[in-house]
Every structure is written in structure tokens, then in C-alpha cells.
Design a binder for this molecule. Structure first.
Ligand code: NAD
Length: 268
């Protein structure tokens, strides 16, 4: 049985990667999907994929870091599709930099999209969720739960998303709105393709943030999001669900070096 029949679901970052996989799954589960992305054409491609299956979807170009853009987009979704009941905040950006070289502009941009953007989407969707119930799934990262080198802005933004989730969860616990967070580890998506490590990056400090079993597919994480958003998860409130190949639990360590000058015990 479909898990989201006729429910209006807003998915940000729906033009690519995890957002796209989530939008497709929600569409297959009966939701009327608002595919929201900064890139109009990719949002439209996702919406077209969903409607081609016979499900309902519409694309919306929106910059989640811009309050006016978010406010008008959410209002348009409510007019076009009906009262939003589900919100998945998957839009995100990142990149590596040594903190002593990080530009204040890039810091502001990563915090602006990942943390402020998540808040703004919640802020302008909550009045609809409160009007009859609903649920929010924020997307953090293993980087919001552990230190990741060369990623201060990204870690700070995702750590912020983790505790933003908890704050909203307790604020609305009695109001029929569940708020939770899914924290993926590495996923096979376009996100990290443009990331460039600092030239003299130290791989010994990077190894602990790589899972021993490699990366996940975005569809695997979308399944987790769908469960968290579904009525079956009614008892899940303010949870931070890691789906990261065990990374946060055991501290990563892949690929295991055949020989290591700094750790002879790892040899062989
Ligand atoms: N890929 C990974 O390894 C990984 C790991 C952990 C967490 N995450 C998180 O998962 C989420 C999805 O990442 P992904 O891997 O699918 O990335 P992706 O780059 O494939 O997709 C991100 C989407 O967000 C959109 N976007 C960027 N800025 C936006 C803005 N201002 N307004 C609206 N949309 C905007 C992009 O256009 C893109 O379509 C992100 O929050 C990311 O931080 C990703």
C-alpha cells in the first residue's frame, strides 16, 4: 500500500542526488511532489520523470537561502498542489578548505544554504503542517556528528541542522508535527564531484571520515527518509538517524593502507 497517498510533499534539492531519489520514491508512494531546486531545469527533469510514471509532480525554482524565494515558493506550492504535509530538506552544498584559508563568503554561503535554508523551509512550511499535521525530515551528514577535516563550514552547518531538528521536534511535539533528521555518510551523487582537497591535504586525517564499505546509493538513503516520513514512524520524534556505513560509530578508516609509514601495525 502506498505510504503517502495524495499527500503534498515538498522536496528541496530535488534536481539531483538524494533529493531527486527521494522525490521519485515519494511520487511512487502516492505523494503529490513539489520538486524544489535552485536549478529550474533539473527540478523540471525530476518532475517530468515522476509525472511520466502517472504520479503528480510540479517543479519549482527556489533559492532556499533566500527568505522571499522560500516564502513565495511554499505559497505557490500550497495554491497549486494543496496543503503541504511532508517536507524533506535535501538541498545542500559543500567543499573542502583549510580553515585558515577559508573565505568568509564561502563560509556564509555554505551556512546560508545548508543551515539557514533548512530553517527557512521549515519556517514557511510549518504554518501548513500545523494546520492538520505533518512531518519534516532534515538532511544532515556524518559531518554534523563528527569532525571532518577541511570542512569547518560544512560540519558547522550540518551540526546546526542536527540541533535545529531537535529544537523544532520539542517545540512541535504536541502540535502534530514530527521533526527528524537523516544523517547520511558518503553517497554516490554529483555533490562531491567538484570538491577539491587542499594541495597538501593530509590523508591520514581524512581516512577516518571514509567508510570501510564505501559509499551508498542515494536510493538507499531515500528509503530511510520515506520510513521516517511515514506514519509507521509515528513514535520517532527528534531522532538523528545515521545511515553511513557505520562511519560515526566506528570512525571509518577506509581504505586500509597496505603499508603506512605512520602506523606500521597497519602494514599487510
Ligand atoms: N553526497 C554525499 O556524500 C552526502 C553525504 C552526506 C550528506 N549529504 C547531504 O545530502 C543532501 C543532498 O546532497 P546530494 O549528494 O544529493 O547533492 P547534489 O549536489 O547531488 O544535490 C544537491 C541539490 O541541491 C541543490 N541546491 C544547491 N543550492 C541550493 C539552493 N540555494 N536552493 C535550492 N537548491 C539548492 C542543487 O542544485 C542540487 O540539485 C545535502 O544536504 C548534502 O549535504 C550528502
Amino acid at each position: 500500500m502506498a505510504r503517502f497517498p495524495n499527500r503534498v510533499a515538498i522536496v528541496t534539492g530535488a534536481g539531483s542526488g538524494l533529493g531527486r531519489a527521494t522525490a521519485a520514491l515519494f511520487g511512487a508512494e502516492g505523494a503529490k511532489v513539489a520538486a524544489v531546486d535552485l536549478m529550474a531545469e533539473t527540478a523540471e527533469a525530476t518532475a517530468a520523470e515522476i509525472t511520466a510514471t502517472g504520479a503528480t509532480a510540479r517543479a519549482y525554482a527556489c533559492d532556499v537561502s533566500d527568505p522571499k524565494s522560500v516564502e513565495s515558493t511554499v505559497a505557490a506550492i500550497a495554491t497549486d498542489l494543496g496543503r503541504p504535509q511532508l517536507l524533506v530538506n535535501s538541498a545542500g552544498i559543500g567543499g573542502f578548505a583549510k580553515s585558515e584559508e577559508e573565505s568568509p563568503e564561502r563560509w556564509a554561503s555554505i551556512i546560508g544554504v545548508n543551515l539557514t535554508g533548512t530553517f527557512l523551509m521549515c519556517r514557511f512550511t510549518l504554518p501548513y503542517l500545523l494546520d492538520g499535521g505533518g512531518t519534516i525530515v532534515n538532511i544532515a551528514s556524518n559531518a554534523g556528528l563528527m569532525g571532518q577535516p577541511y570542512s569547518a563550514a560544512y560540519c558547522a552547518s550540518k551540526g546546526g541542522v542536527v540541533n535545529l531538528t531537535r529544537a523544532l521536534a520539542v517545540e512541535y511535539v504536541d502540535a502534530g508535527v514530527r521533526v527528524n533528521c537523516v544523517a547520511p555518510g558518503g553517497m554516490r551523487t554529483p555533490l562531491t564531484k567538484g570538491f577539491r582537497l587542499p594541495e597538501d591535504a593530509d590523508f591520514d586525517v581524512l581516512r577516518p571520515v571514509m567508510s570501510r564499505i564505501g559509499v551508498s546509493e542515494p536510493e538507499e538513503v531515500a528509503e530511510c527518509i520515506a520510513y521516517v516520513a511515514s506514519d509507521t514512524a509515528r513514535y520517532m520524534i527528534g531522532s538523528i538517524i545515521s545511515i553511513d556505513g557505520g562511519l560515526v560509530t566506528y570512525g571509518g578508516g577506509f581504505p586500509k593502507p597496505k603499508t603506512s609509514p605512520t602506523n606500521p601495525a597497519a602494514a599487510g
